[in-house]
Design a protein around this ligand. Structure first.
Ligand SMILES: Cc1ncc(C[n+]2csc(CCOP(=O)(O)OP(=O)(O)O)c2C)c(N)n1
Ligand SMILES: [Mg+2]
Length: 545
């Protein structure tokens, strides 16, 4: 057996189902070893697509997604998706080919120090320099990638080491035990929650990672405390629940900010600060916070918890519930906001305007998808609208990159989602800018048989940037571009292409596209005049509660 074969055995031992990647001369031994493996290799059209697929696979399953590139340019292409996984808390193992150890010390074709290069975008990384270390390196990589807070790791395999003979076996992978919060912290949290007049729960992606969504819903319902979720915390509590106040995270004020302004205790559960700085909802740092998470709280002058309940989230919540008493307390103020939030959501349900308003498109998208279907948003103005208007019944049914927030994730991400859940409908929501960054992965989708629908918010520009420029400077610059005919583009690739020409087209077109057994692309002209209207509304917002 050579080192590449041992590496593949170790990956099989970790339960790897797919490796997403692109071949190169320096990873040939790994590809050769994969020919006889149970692992399916998915050839992508860009290394970035491979990394985004591994990223979303990791986010959905909790098991590290694996991506592979060659050295030099393949590895630099891979980095964006690796960084995305690292900052979004998704477990990912990136493997790169490398020149032989015999030519690293001299000027060598395509050689870059990849361990140095990946260090800032990973939790840990290493080069295999001794074949016999392979099993330890792979086990360590998966252990670190999957441990809370999950993220990316990187293994670099020089081609001469890959070809060397080695004896050895994969290392046994044991499941790590949960850790439980201390009684003192649980008691203190229960006292703070029982004493609060107007508490508010803020939930984030850490709750989804710890599979504690049902416990949060139970906790909130029993104590009658309203729940706000971050963009990445959608569906932790069903959006139809009377206590669900939906998402916070816009850079401008919104209805939900009123709930924070009125609150005398924020209970932050599985909240990752990277998503939405506490300085936005607790600018003075004076609102007391109870931190509930698997790991201790990050330090931030606006986030100095009264108590940190550190351990398995679901167990902590149930223990606090045993000890907290909110009998006789009035309904928290935040609940009153729900009417305004819902009215705002429904306002454009029957809008007939064209180009289509983002609110209307997203409203109709919700109508045609079931609770378990999955939407992946790309990054741009459309993401802000998705965050504000697309609501979920279940966790991990609307994926948004809000840590690294890289354009281009949606279509490769949809390939991974469809591989993980072939029976669910999957939709990629994307801007025309982000679409053109990774549309080549639609060929991958067609080839590997992962039909999903891509909806392009077509505004002929980098809409989010235009929005910000307009807000800051009153005019925009360098943000407009031309687009191909997206329908013909889709058809030229063997996909289905549709164009929306009126609001009445939306539901029938979405339904038809979702029925196809090949990937489908919907070109939807979008009315981004709504962006500035939203900013204006936000400026005029006065809290009534
Ligand atoms: C890879 C990458 N490049 C640049 C940015 C900065 N950025 C954020 S949103 C955006 C515009 C996105 O345009 P488009 O995809 O058309 O979506 P829209 O805003 O028009 O809905 C840009 C350039 C980014 N987040 N990621
Ligand atoms: Mg755009």
């Amino acid at each position: 057996m050579n080192t590449a074969e041992l590496l593949v055995k170790c990956l099989e031992n970790e339960g790897v189902e797919y490796i997403f990647g692109l071949p190169g001369e320096e990873n040939l031994h790994i590809l050769e070893a994969l020919k006889d493996s149970t692992i399916q290799f998915i050839t992508t059209r860009h290394e970035q697509g491979a990394a985004f697929m591994a990223d979303v696979y990791g986010r959905l399953t909790g098991k590290a997604g694996v991506c592979l590139s060659t050295l030099g340019p393949g590895a630099t292409n891979l980095m964006t998706g690796v960084a995305d996984a690292n900052l979004d808390g998704a477990p990912l193992v990136a493997i790169t080919g490398q020149v032989g150890t015999d030519r690293m010390h001299i000027e060598s074709h395509q050689y870059l120090d990849l361990v140095a290069m990946f260090a800032p975008v990973t939790k840990w990384n290493a080069q295999i320099v001794r074949p016999s270390n392979t099993s330890e390196i792979v086990r360590k990589a998966f252990k670190i990638a999957q441990a809370e807070k999950p993220g990316a790791v990187h293994i670099d395999l020089p081609e001469n080491i890959a070809a060397m003979e080695v004896a050895g076996l994969p290392l046994h992978s044991n499941n790590q035990d949960k850790t439980y919060a201390s009684f003192r912290s649980i008691e203190e949290a229960a006292i703070a929650i029982s004493g609060a007049k107007n508490p508010l729960i803020l939930v984030g992606n850490g709750t989804i990672r710890d599979r504690a969504s049902e416990a949060v819903t139970e906790f909130a319902s029993r104590l009658k405390i309203p729940v706000v979720n971050t963009f990445m915390g959608k569906g932790i509590i069903p959006y139809t629940h009377p206590l669900a106040l939906w998402a916070i995270g816009m850079q401008q004020r919104d209805f939900i900010n009123c709930a924070f302004e009125e609150s005398d205790l924020v209970i932050a559960i599985g909240y990752d600060l990277i998503e939405y700085s506490p300085k936005k909802w607790n600018p003075t740092g004076n609102t007391p916070v109870v931190h509930i998470g698997v790991n201790p709280a990050e330090v931030d002058s606006s986030y100095i918890p009264l108590v940190e309940v550190v351990g398995a989230i679901g167990d902590s919540l149930l223990e606090i519930l045993q000890r907290a008493d909110r009998q006789g307390k009035p309904d928290p103020h935040g609940i009153a906001l729900k009417e305004d939030i819902r009215a705002d959501y429904e306002e454009y349900a029957n809008d007939t305007g064209f180009p289509i308003k983002p609110q209307k498109l997203i409203y109709d998208l919700r109508q045609v998808l079931n609770a378990e279907d999955i939407v992946i948003s790309d990054v741009g103005a459309h993401k802000m609208w998705m965050a504000r208007h697309y609501h979920c019944d279940r966790p991990n049914t609307c994926l948004i990159s809000n840590g690294f927030a890289a354009m281009g994730i949606a279509m490769p991400g949809a390939v991974a989602a469809k591989l993980v859940y072939p029976d669910r409908k999957v939709v990629a929501v994307v801007g025309d800018g982000g679409f053109m960054m990774n549309c080549q992965e639609l060929e991958t989708a067609l080839r590997v048989g992962t039909p999903f629908v891509t909806i392009i918010f077509n505004d002929g520009g980098y809409g989010l940037i235009e929005w910000k420029q307009q807000n800051h400077f009153g005019s925009s610059a360098f943000v407009h571009f031309g687009n191909p005919d997206f329908v013909k583009f889709a058809e030229s690739m063997g996909l289905k292409g549709y164009r929306i020409t009126s609001a009445a087209d939306l539901i029938p077109t979405l339904k038809m596209a979702l029925e196809q057994d090949v990937p489908a692309v919907i070109d939807c002209p979008i009315d981004y005049r709504e962006n500035l209207k939203l900013s204006q509304k936000s400026g005029e917002l006065s809290c009534k509660i």
